[in-house]
Design a protein around this ligand. Sequence first.
Ligand code: PMP
Length: 450
Amino acid sequence: MKDHEYLTAHNAQHMWHPMGHPGEARGNNPTVITKADGVHITDLQGHSVVDAVGGLWCVNLGYSNDVVKQAIADQLFELPYYSAFFGTSNPTAIEASHAVTDFFAEDGMTRAFFTSGGSDSVETCLRLARQYHRLRGAPTRTKFLSLKKGYHGTHFGGASVNGNNRFRTAYEPMLPGCFHLPSPYTYRNPFNETDPAKLAQLIAQAFEDEIEFQGANTIAAFIMEPVQGAGGVIVPDATFMPLMREICDRHGILMISDEVITGFGRLGSWSGARHWGVKPDMMSCAKGITSGYFPVGAAMMSDKVADVFESDQSGEGAIFHGYTYSAHPVGAAAVVACLAETLKADTKTNAGLRGTQLYQGALALAEKYDFIGDVRGGEGLMTGLELVSDPLAKTPMDMGTMKRIQTATYEAGCMVRLAGHSIVMSPPLTISQAETTVILDALGAGLSAV
Ligand code: PMP
């Protein structure tokens, strides 16, 4: 490996980072992660910490799953690449499609369209939702509704349904016909409603009003995350997603559950939709589908959607959409191995147990520090702490302080992520009780440093 001087110099000179300012990167040494093991990551200086971010909400199995690694290596030697375009397929991708539809059978997902990641999967769902309505003879159904604070990736479609202007403003104009409903965010919402069930009702009413205003026959789909992740871990009331489902059904609107983070066990259930007792029409997936070992995503379809495409006789059902790496055999090998390992380890059960521990620990920290304005989680391994400089006025904590807390937490043994003025955590689903305690102790040390 190149030395420290080389790496920091060339990072500044040659590499632009996602979600980073290229100018700022010039003056700052990055944290260069060189190794990972179990739930730990090690940086260039040899400092090893618990990765409470799980890579980027993706390393569900931890970093040391040799079964997945071996499956990838074996596939590389057998068939490193072939496309699934124009009538070709490959055995491992076929097996992966079987594995992932089996995995989501209880959610009613019977078809998989493979992609290279979450943004691709969202884009696929949005595009196919429009085509679905066109095939059904409803070509005016082109609009998309979503939630404020939602995150659906960075392609133009996904960014257009994103509910945070940070991800939109610099790239406008966005896709026309995208409208946003309030988020089920009890700490801040336009209704000043702190009761989650009442807030769910108010948003349902806003959804109905928006449908009436737009006209149901202009709306293709509603997309939501079962728990909003990048928005700062926003957990809705248990009634929320079922309410949205019922409204979609009544108005012929497809429901897309964006399961990029919540799929594959993170909430303590195999999918976020299942966690809330809902069957969506489509699901966008990525991350946990390979635990980050290879970039793969999948857009999942229910029979309701699939039948419309498959029974089409006009030729209009042809999907003029896809990626060079859709159904990549090496990615597919990662999917097959990862899903088998996920089921074998029953990671959802541990996610539930450790998620409760992490959430309770975060609540205890909030008792101690009044600048923790809101603690969110309690549904599996997704926890968020929103920091404020004035608890009464709910003034967002300044980013300088946020970064100091993050650095102090890292020095105390744990990598956490910032989502605006919230600290978010989503460790591997394989994390132990003792390792979860390390996260809480390090976070406590980080918070005490300011
Ligand atoms: N949807 C959700 C809910 C996500 O959390 C993310 C990424 N964090 C995406 C879509 C985009 O996925 P990717 O970064 O793999 O393109």
